[in-house]
Design a binder for this molecule. Structure first.
Ligand code: NFS
Ligand code: SF4
Length: 628
């Protein structure tokens, strides 16, 4: 076994990378062909063109589009894997999985134009699954779920010719356009960035969310716990980490297997304890209330507790250093996806057909590893926090409107009367360039203090959960008066956990529901709403940001901004794009200032809607209260 003091953790690796390349930070280096690598001088002296003649605008735009393409492909390949599993479930070839939400299946079938008369649930599911899978390889027309967007939004996309045709097609075209000597007009490259990203948000990610809900159940409010304290010294601890719930759902099931539970007890453990990291954590929290250990930057530290028997990972956001850190402890790192192997990890190949068996194998391995712990290594931080999660779009409308008249009307009313000032989506990662979680917390606290309801996904939701903002009682302490009243009346926390990063598609659907409910304009860009990813790091975040902007949302990113090497491109993304798409980007790294920008935007939208006066008259007399 190695000694933990002899290896570098991410903080030290970050230090040893300094100074990080200034060209890279500005987005002005290119190695898209072997004439290069080229880099553009950010100063007037020095190279202003690459060997092929590409300028800073083209190079930053190409790099940006490639980030969108990579991010979109990660989400969408996840969606594809879900669709493939879904089809096998429908065919009865995936033991352990089932169709749990029949109502949502029927709704989706209807949206996809599938005739369901006389068909059995499995037959409907098969057709839905095949139709979803076909969305990836479609060459012509438009993605079916883009039809969910407000009509006005669809018209904007059509006019710009950026309606995504097929999910894969837009990603391939992004790579083609950014190949040496192809698309060399930054504005044209950016139009495709929107198209490609829309194929993620209204395509790949949305398909992932829809089918996962049908298979694993649409989330309903559920209590959970978060932070290292959820690891238990007297239990067999298994961590699931990554993104696709296909594996973790089975591990959750396997951990309940009476034989395995007994086996754990025979080995001296009290029970089998499962905890999650990153979006896999969010998925199983949302549907089972399984505790969350932490977000992205907690993954190495989780192993250093010395109390983790196994960390099973699937895809995305998994640090290659995990086997190295694990080599200092008894922990075993298990990779499970053919798409994501790590040298030094144990690979257990996982398919739909063998999922449950393999999950049991992993749990068994963890139980056997329990005896290998070194008592002196164990140190589990005590921190633990309660939270409420499980807010799907459907659940929100039930909670607000009641089971039989589910609707967003009460939310719209409260936005119109000014108790809720607006809605913010705060999402995204951790980034070691800032103190972990600090920007998320500063931002979200400022927003709810100013009566802005916050919708969350991903690692941002985990950050706020650790602070207690997702607890329906504790969270209220941070609220402004108006928001507090609404949250108390409805019984929700002021910070709403909507799931993993593919579940940002839920936010698109919720925003559309707000528009369709009436009184807040006729497009997403009319809503008093804004988005932010204050500690982003992943290419997926850029894809998400771009599809929010292209859907009409003002979106602010923190930490660093990848196009600063081109004044033209940056001006387009921060300004001119708004004339085309109604949304735009901004970059600001201070949490407080991000909040100010979002609130200012929300207030401007309120003014345009003519509901700014309502907010000024926030003190209601008895008569007004009665009317409400
Ligand atoms: Ni989203 Fe979720 Fe976290 Fe960032 Fe990674 S886990 S998919 S990419 S780091 S929020
Ligand atoms: Fe240099 Fe142009 Fe090749 Fe990029 S594509 S490496 S800018 S020559």
């Amino acid at each position: 076994m190695k000694n933990i003091n002899e290896i570098q953790m991410y903080q030290q690796r970050f230090e040893s990378q300094k100074p990080q390349c200034g060209f890279g930070l500005l987005g002005i280096c290119c190695r898209n062909c072997a004439l290069g690598p080229c880099r553009i001088s950010p100063f007037e002296e020095g190279a202003q063109l690459g060997v092929c003649g590409a300028n800073a605008d083209t190079i930053t735009a190409r790099n940006f589009l490639r980030m969108v393409a990579a991010g979109a492909s990660a989400h969408s390949d996840h969606g594809r894997a879900v669709a493939e599993t879904f089809i096998k479930v429908a065919k009865g070839e995936a033991p352990g999985y089932e169709i749990k939400d029949e109502y949502k299946l029927l709704k989706l079938a209807f949206e996809m134009g599938i005739k369901i008369d006389g068909l059995k649930k499995e037959e409907i599911a098969l057709q839905v699954g095949e139709k979803c899978l076909a969305e990836f390889g479609k060459q012509e027309g438009s993605l079916i779920l883009t039809k969910r967007a407000p009509l006005k939004r669809q018209k904007i996309w059509t006019a710009l010719n950026i309606v995504p045709r097929g999910i894969d097609r837009e990603i391939v075209e992004a790579l083609h356009r950014t190949h040496m000597g192809t698309d060399q007009d930054y504005l044209n490259l950016m139009l495709h960035a929107s198209r490609c990203a829309l194929g993620d948000g209204w395509g790949g990610s949305m398909i992932a969310t829809e089918l996962q809900d049908i298979m694993f159940g649409t989330p309903v409010p559920v209590r959970g716990r978060v932070n290292f304290g959820v690891l238990k010294e007297n239990c067999v601890n298994i961590i699931v980490h990554g993104h696709e719930p296909l594996l973790s759902e089975m591990i959750v099931l396997a951990a309940e297997d009476p034989q395995l539970v007994q086996m754990a007890k025979d080995k001296g453990a009290e029970e089998i304890n499962i905890g999650g990291i990153c979006c896999t954590a969010n998925e199983i929290l949302m549907r089972h209330g399984i505790p969350i250990i932490g977000n992205f930057l907690n993954q190495e530290m989780a192993i250093t507790t010395g109390a983790v028997e196994i960390m099973a990972v699937d895809v995305q956001c998994i640090m290659q250093s995990l086997p190295l850190v694990a080599s200092c402890f008894h922990t075993k790192i298990i990779t499970t996806s053919e798409k994501a192997k790590i040298t030094g990890a144990i690979h257990i190949s996982f398919t739909e057909e063998n999922a449950f068996e393999k999950a049991k194998e992993i749990v068994k391995m963890a139980i056997e590893n329990f005896a290998n712990r070194k008592k002196s290594d164990i140190s589990i931080p005590e921190q633990e926090m309660d939270l409420v999660a499980g807010f799907s779009h459907e659940t929100i409308s039930y909670i607000l409107g009641g089971m039989f008249r589910a609707s967003y009307k009460p939310l719209n009313d409260n936005i119109i009367n000014g108790r809720i000032r607006g809605v913010a989506g705060v999402v995204g990662c951790n980034n070691c360039k800032v103190v972990q979680d600090s920007v998320h917390l500063k931002l979200v606290k400022k927003l709810i203090e100013n009566d802005v309801l916050v919708l969350q996904t991903g690692c941002s939701a985990i950050a706020c959960a650790k602070e207690g903002l997702l607890d329906s009682i504790r969270g209220l302490d941070f609220c402004g008066k108006g928001l507090r009243e609404v949250c108390e009346a409805v019984g929700i926390p002021p910070v709403i956990h909507m799931g993993s990063c593919v579940d940002n598609s839920r936010i698109l659907v919720a925003a559309t529901a707000l528009v369709k409910e009436g009184g807040l304009g006729d497009d997403i860009s009319d809503l008093p709403a804004a988005g932010a990813a204050p500690e982003w790091m992943s290419e997926k975040a850029i894809s998400i940001g771009q599809y929010f902007v292209a859907s009409g949302v003002f979106t602010i990113f923190g930490v660093t901004w990848p196009t600063l090497g081109s004044e033209n491109l940056t001006r387009y993304l921060f300004n001119e794009i708004e004339n085309q798409l109604g949304g735009k980007w901004a970059f600001e790294s201070d949490g407080e200032k991000i909040a100010q920008l979002m609130i200012k935007h929300i207030d401007e939208k309120r003014k345009k809607l003519g509901i700014d006066r309502a907010r000024e008259r926030i003190l209601f007399d008895m008569e007004m209260r009665r009317q409400l």
